[in-house]
Design a protein around this ligand. Structure first.
Ligand code: PHB
Length: 406
């Protein structure tokens, strides 16, 4: 089997890349280890940055998101018994859209299959080979048979635990990591929302977050021990903890409902540099992980593949390798800024083991400052709605136009 771009991993990064390449007339094949059903039901975060939502709309996969997603104009910070609103739209002119990642995945799978695209589900034992040659390949087993996909480029979008990052020789990559000493206990709840906008809360018992998935489903989280298991918290104990961290003196209380799913999310920051080796490119979680506090994970993946699709288009349209050569450096600048934002939000909103009352007061003072200062709340807001996708690419395009015009 042969294609131009072999994509390992059918999450949002891989599927969107395949979709964007199709829009530019470039053929690709997506290999995915899971079944279609498992892939489409994996519950992850659900906040789309302004630019992510725009890109889905512009490229024809945003219809259902526009119908069913909820546009949010602000977020709330809760601390020291108060709740303060950050008006994202007033501060940045931009909004965010609440729409589950697995819904984006369903829309992309549908669009690729409708367009005759190839997604090979349940491809096992995936092994990228000959990445430093002009003819890389991916070996895999499907339906009990060993197969080989030959291509011009391999793109690794197989997530943090995938195989592609490990195909970069150890001497050719540097990995930067920070693990946090806590996790998030997440629940999906049937019942009406507790609030119209997301609430990020710092409490002396730890962080809590109120989010939604739809008018009938709430998504709630609280900071937990990283070793906790989903089954170790009874529903009663969960609601007691939620009320303790979230309810306010003015009588507002988190709405209870039927808990339909529980999971524990591990928290880490991780970046692999560079995001390219020979003819292998990494994108999304395969290259970097952020803690969920800034809701940046999928948005970073989208930004990566947008840059990569342009680089590949430049190569196939005119043989120009400039975009591909700059891919890693271009993405990493944005990745590090989003890593900083996610780390900062995490540090400001969680209780760390060994923190004393002074540190807690510092966190409260920081939240008070962020909520009260226009400069500080604008800084939070512009990061939250999403920094420009690739400022240096836009700049170089402008420069090129300017040079062409002069
Ligand atoms: C979610 O709705 O799952 C969600 C929202 C905001 C976050 C993280 C997760 O920061």
């Amino acid at each position: 089997m042969r294609t131009r771009v072999g994509i390992v991993g059918g999450g949002p990064a891989g599927l969107l890349l395949s979709h964007l390449l199709h829009g530019r007339g470039i053929e690709s094949v997506v290999l995915e280890a899971r079944s279609r059903k498992d892939l489409e039901s994996e519950i992850r975060a659900g906040v789309l940055e302004h630019g992510t939502a725009e890109l889905l709309i512009e490229t024809g996969v945003g219809d259902r998101m526009q119908r069913e997603g909820a546009v949010h104009h602000g977020v709330k910070l809760q601390f020291d018994g108060r709740r303060e609103r950050i008006d994202l739209e007033e501060l940045t002119g931009k909004t965010i859209t609440l729409y589950g990642q697995h819904e984006v995945v369903k829309d992309l799978v549908g669009a690729r299959l409708d367009a005759g695209g190839e997604i090979l589900f349940e491809a096992k034992g995936i092994e990228p080979l000959d990445l430093e040659s002009g003819e890389p390949k991916v070996r895999f087993v499907r339906d009990g048979e060993e197969q080989e996909l030959r291509c011009d480029f391999v793109v690794g979008t197989d997530g943090f635990h995938g195989v592609t990052r490990k195909a970069l020789p150890e001497g050719a990559r540097a990995e930067y990591e920070r693990r946090y000493p806590f996790g998030w206990f997440g629940i999906l709840v049937e019942g009406p929302p507790s609030t119209e906008e997301l609430i990020y809360a710092l409490h002396d018992r730890g962080f809590a977050l109120v989010s939604t998935r739809s008018p009938q489903i709430q998504r709630l989280y609280f900071q937990c021990d990283p070793g906790d298991e989903a089954g170790s918290w009874s529903d009663d104990r969960i609601w007691t903890e939620m009320h303790a961290r979230l309810d306010t003196d003015d009588g507002w209380t988190v709405n209870e409902g039927k808990i339909i799913q529980k999971n524990v999310v591990q928290m880490r920051s991780f970046v692999c540099e560079p995001m390219r080796h020979g003819r292998l490119f990494l994108a999304g979680d395969a290259a970097h992980i952020v803690p969920p506090t800034g809701a940046k994970g999928m948005n970073l993946a989208v930004a990566d593949v947008r840059v990569l699709s342009r680089g590949l288009a430049g190569f196939y349209e005119s043989g120009d390798t400039n975009g591909l050569d700059r891919y890693s450096a271009t993405c990493l600048r944005r990745v590090w800024k989003a890593s900083r934002f996610s780390w900062w939000m995490t540090s400001m909103l969680h209780r760390f083991d060994g923190d004393n009352a002074f540190q807690y007061r510092m966190q409260v003072a920081e939240l008070d400052y962020v909520a009260g200062s226009r400069a500080a709340s604008t800084s939070l807001a512009e990061n939250y709605v999403g920094l420009p996708m690739a400022p240096e690419l836009e700049a170089s395009a402008e420069e090129r136009t300017a040079q062409g015009a002069s």
